[in-house]
Design a protein around this ligand. Structure first.
Ligand SMILES: Cc1ncc(COP(=O)(O)O)c(C=O)c1O
Length: 375
């Protein structure tokens, strides 16, 4: 079986290093908020050319804490794409804001031509989601946000290291939010997330909010790091062990991305004449292929046959968020036709740095045979 994703090879390759990290971390006597976290935060923000960086407990928390830092109030509106992961919406809802959806374009990203119509006096922020590793058109989004004076909180959970016109995603908006869920571009061994910003006051807010609202930035504050909160917060920590593992993996991130892009190149070359709709690359974006997402009307049959042939695939995402029982009550608008049509035909092929090229070729061969058998 060719798995959709696996960390087996990576773990085997790095096991002795990880065991050393484990031992050194726990011998230090510090489980949270130690040197490992400090180093990781510094290295991450330097790598992505931002002034401030803050590690948190997950990508969902990164979005939630960013929104809370903007002092979003009940009844404010936050706009995002209708084809996204549940956490983008759960972060908006948990911040107290009303999520406003905008349908997607041909790249599965927020349709900017429809964005302006959704902005009104209540709009506080836009969350562009760089889905599947593809950057949104950030020049146009930033232009709109400046015109209407609204914040941009970038959801980079699937796009760490991607660039729009040479600039890293996560560095355009007020906040850039990242996820270290194990399958992600920088995958941890557990949950984790990160917030980038260039705004000192907002960094200070976010850093307090991740720690119950306690100020851990301003040493002149008489309540500095005391058990006292000025703003209400949450508990969202990245522990020392995961921080060190992520710091170690961060050094290899460009190689991970190179490998993903190489696999995507093979898929593209092998499948370009097939009946699948493939992801399109463009000159203005540097895509990192968190997922290699394709579309076919006979998706269900294809993935069933591929599985029989020993190839696992996944549908990301099979149900549009506005159709889900737990979330549909939050949306005023009930129909997002492009997301609905796409959700019925999309599926993702295996892609991760340690996937063997030999296996990529096997996937292509089997997939082409399955597609032929449909005729
Ligand atoms: C687009 C998107 N946003 C947010 C998240 C949330 O990240 P996490 O799982 O680390 O909370 C994810 C991860 O699943 C995601 O894919």
């Amino acid at each position: 079986m060719i798995n959709f994703w696996s960390y087996d090879i990576e773990y085997k390759e790095n096991r002795s290093k990880f065991l050393k990290i484990f031992d050194k971390t726990y011998k230090s006597g510090q489980i949270f908020f130690g040197k490992n976290l400090e180093n990781f935060e510094n290295n991450f923000k330097k790598k992505y050319k931002s002034k401030y960086g803050l590690a948190v407990g997950s990508g969902t928390d990164a979005l939630l804490i960013s929104l809370m830092s903007l002092n979003i109030k009940r009844g404010d509106e936050v706009i995002t794409a209708s084809n996204t992961a549940i956490p983008t919406i759960s972060a908006i809802v948990n911040s107290g804001a009303i999520p406003i959806l905008v349908d997607i374009d041909e790249n599965y990203l927020i349709d900017i031509s429809k964005l302006k119509k959704s902005i009104n006096k209540k709009t506080k922020a836009i969350i562009p989601v760089h889905l599947y590793g593809k950057p949104c058109k950030m020049d146009e989004i930033i232009q709109i946000s400046k015109k209407y004076k609204i914040h941009v909180v970038e959801d980079c959970a699937q796009a760490q290291g991607a660039k729009f016109r040479g600039k890293y995603v996560g560095t355009f908006g007020t906040f850039g939010c990242f996820s270290f869920y194990p399958t992600k571009i920088l995958g941890g061994y557990g949950d984790g997330g990160f917030i980038l910003t260039n705004n000192y006051q907002l960094y200070k807010n976010a850093k307090s909010i991740r720690f119950y609202g306690i100020d851990t930035v301003d040493k002149k504050n008489k309540f500095f790091n005391k058990y006292y909160s000025n703003i209400s917060g949450v508990n969202s920590r990245l522990d020392e062990l995961n921080a060190k593992i992520l710091d170690f993996k961060l050094k290899k991130i460009d190689t991970f991305i190179k490998k993903r892009r190489n696999i995507a190149k093979i898929y593209h070359k092998e499948l370009k004449d097939s009946s699948l709709t493939l992801p399109q690359s463009s000159k203005s974006t540097f895509d990192v292929y968190h997922l290699y997402n394709v579309y076919h009307k006979k998706r269900d049959l294809i993935i069933k046959r591929l599985l029989r042939e020993g190839v696992q695939t996944r549908i990301i995402y099979p149900y549009p968020i506005h159709k889900m029982k737990g979330y549909k009550k939050f949306f005023k608008k009930k129909s997002f036709p492009i997301s609905e049509v796409r959700s019925k035909g999309i599926f993702s092929l295996p892609i991760y740095p340690n996937l063997k090229i030999k296996d990529v070729r096997i996937i292509c061969k089997k997939l082409k045979n399955v597609l032929k058998s449909l005729k």
